[in-house]
Design a protein around this ligand. Sequence first.
Ligand SMILES: Nc1ncnc2c1ncn2[C@@H]1O[C@H](COP(=O)(O)OP(=O)(O)OP(=O)(O)O)[C@@H](O)[C@H]1O
Length: 455
Amino acid sequence: MQQFNRQLAAAGLLDPTKTVVVAISTGVDSMVLLTLLQRLPTQQRPQLVVAHVNHQLRAESDAEAAYLQRYCDDHDLTLRVTRWPQAQHPQTGVEAAGRKFRYQFFADVMRASGAVALLTAHHANDQAETFLMKLARGGDLAQLTGIAGQRPFTVGQLVRPLLTWPKAALYAYADRQRVRFFEDATNQDVSFTRNRIRHRVVPELTTVNPEFLGHVAGYERQLATLLAAQKQMVAQLLPTVLTSNTKLQLQAWAALPTLWQAPVFREWLQQRTGQLYSLAKLAPWQRWLVNTNQPTGRRQLDADFDLVKTVDMIDVSPHKKRVKKLMPAEKIMVDLNQWQKITAGQTVGVFASPPGFAAQPFRLAANDWPLSWRPWQPDDRVTLRGGGHQSVRRILINHKVPRAARHQVMVLVNATGDVLWVVGHKFTYRKREFGTQTVFLASKPRELKGVHLKR
Ligand SMILES: Nc1ncnc2c1ncn2[C@@H]1O[C@H](COP(=O)(O)OP(=O)(O)OP(=O)(O)O)[C@@H](O)[C@H]1O
């Protein structure tokens, strides 16, 4: 009780004028939490609002919810319950979706009841399991910081007063105090990673040292302190390597002690892009920053951002979308009445009515659709007026297209792959009365150079 009081006092919750929402699953952890709260002297006990989510995932869910209802009625406790509709259960990622639903509900209950805190019953084993899972998964050191004893949550704080208690202590308390609880059978299922860590890894490590859980908590505290110190230092260093308009000054940055370069670069990127990059991902970028053989340049950082290097300065700018070079087999479907940028230098379109300037009227049959753009291929050919054919290769030779530029030539093809237009060069011949529809094939003016439009 004393240990519990200390935790609540530290969070400023030993106050009957305050309201707290207590998340109760009916498992041993949360039933012990509720019991401890109920046993606080009234002059210290905050107003309790019990919150429960019936996930409807297990056969026992309804019985557990019904038990909690009776318990709260018997003890004069306010209870808020919700059901997670089965129709909302996803095919995969049920746990994460359930958690999202749960915390949304807790936030709603907090707001509705004017609560200052949400209390959950996470304990020292949860902490160690999470730590070990992250350790196995890998990633950035900052993510290894475990479950916080207290952190901001929507309109107040999320407080975990049992975080320093080993699960065994909670069982022992429940046993001594005859606390009734429900055991979730799925917790035994070792096909879940967390359960394997819970039932196999943690007990094994505890035999190596009975203080294992306390040691994990100790590491978590040290890590949090170190990360906070690093953050403070980075906050001091960053302004010393920025230009007045927030670009990074390369010389000043490279003059920082080597160990501080990466965290300062990362913090700058985070401030500019809102994204946290792992130090491992940033290593090649740092080499590029100081590579004097490449004093200027632009490089894609990720899907959204480019890094732009000018002499001694580096800036972040939205990623410039480049048109992908298509392989011969790849194609771009035609969007009727839309200009489409099909290569870096060519913007073309198929229109139902003339798009405003030089466009070639062209007859289509219904079975020509869908049309698409693609690079020309060696056996492509067009039909000539007299009924004969000419290969695209021959057209390009006749038009003196240099060999090196030939791969850039694009063609418009119909559903069966017949070439209708060698863009910039030649249209296949079709009689006026061909098909059922006239469309207008056009290239944007800049690219009209060298196009021989038939009038
Ligand atoms: N169905 C529920 N209804 C109300 N509270 C719950 C429910 N499930 C879990 N909780 C609360 O969350 C705490 C942690 O539960 P559990 O360890 O099952 O969740 P987790 O998914 O591992 O953790 P977290 O909820 O932080 O993601 C419980 O001690 C309890 O306070």
